[in-house]
Ligand binder design. Structure first.
Ligand code: SAM
Length: 239
């Protein structure tokens, strides 16, 4: 058989609250983070969205553009196995894949036209800000939801669910930021509840190390004390 190569052009780019890979939840269903896809000029024809309102959920296909240059590995470390054991790349949802393509189910929040731009709003995204989108398809529950699907890892590697506490100053800043981003506090809590520390540190109920996550262009410092995530400070990133 002749080997062909195929090139793809993004059909748009998505804006999300995640300016950094670290701490982005591992799957889309774990966040309710909002995203806005702006279609590329070549496909920005309102007819592309005709009937899309009939679907509550959509598949996004995208490029793991941030990690593409690092290539792929046949076996990848699986965070759900504690970070040391590996699984085959095709038995994982790792970003380091031969073709660097990701897929996420997201909620359809509607589309609109603004000046010359066509934008689709979605929620429940696990994508980095600026990720190139290569396709959008309706999620078809009758075909895509498999009632008896098995995920054997899920039973022995449940996701952590820590409580989150804000220090006074950080709490005030979160309130202020919520005026601009109404989901700021709730999103930050969901991100931190899952304890985004590396697997080997998640065992530490008290960890002196201060970690940082970036959300909506804010640098957030946090640490884990007695099993609770403490939000220490929230500082805007300088442009
Ligand atoms: N739901 C998708 C899938 O299954 O293909 C993504 C799963 S992948 C395990 C989720 C991780 O991808 C996130 O935690 C984030 O760190 C990473 N990620 C998101 N957008 C990315 C991008 N544009 N480039 C590289 N990594 C990205």
């Amino acid at each position: 058989m002749t080997a062909h190569s195929y090139s793809l052009n993004p059909i748009g780019h998505i804006a999300t609250p995640f300016q950094q890979k670290f701490a982005i939840p591992r799957q889309s269903a774990l966040t309710r983070a909002r995203g806005c896809i702006t279609l590329s000029e070549a496909v920005a024809d309102p007819r592309v969205f005709k009937g899309i309102e009939d679907y509550s959920h959509l598949w996004l296909l995208f490029i793991f553009h941030e990690t593409l240059s690092r290539g792929w590995k046949p076996a990848v470390k699986a965070p759900r196995l504690g970070g040391n054991d590996t699984m085959g790349v095709f038995a994982s949802r790792s970003t380091h894949r031969p073709n660097g393509i990701g897929m996420s189910v997201v909620k359809n929040e509607g589309w609109h036209q603004q000046d010359d731009q066509l934008q689709l709003l979605v929620s429940g995204v696990d994508l980095l800000d600026g990720t190139p989108i290569i396709d959008i398809k309706p999620y078809l529950a009758y075909a895509d939801a498999v009632a008896d699907a098995e995920d054997k890892l899920d039973s022995y590697a449940p996701l952590p669910e820590r409580s989150v506490r804000f220090h006074d100053e950080a709490s005030l800043t979160a309130d202020t930021l919520s005026q601009q981003h109404p989901d700021f506090r709730a999103l930050l809590c969901r991100v931190l509840q899952q304890d985004p520390r590396p697997a080997y540190r998640q065992k530490l109920a008290t960890d002196p190390k201060v970690y940082k996550v970036v959300l909506y262009h804010n640098d957030i410092s946090w640490r884990v004390t007695d099993g609770t995530v403490e939000v220490l400070s929230i500082d805007p990133l300088s442009e």
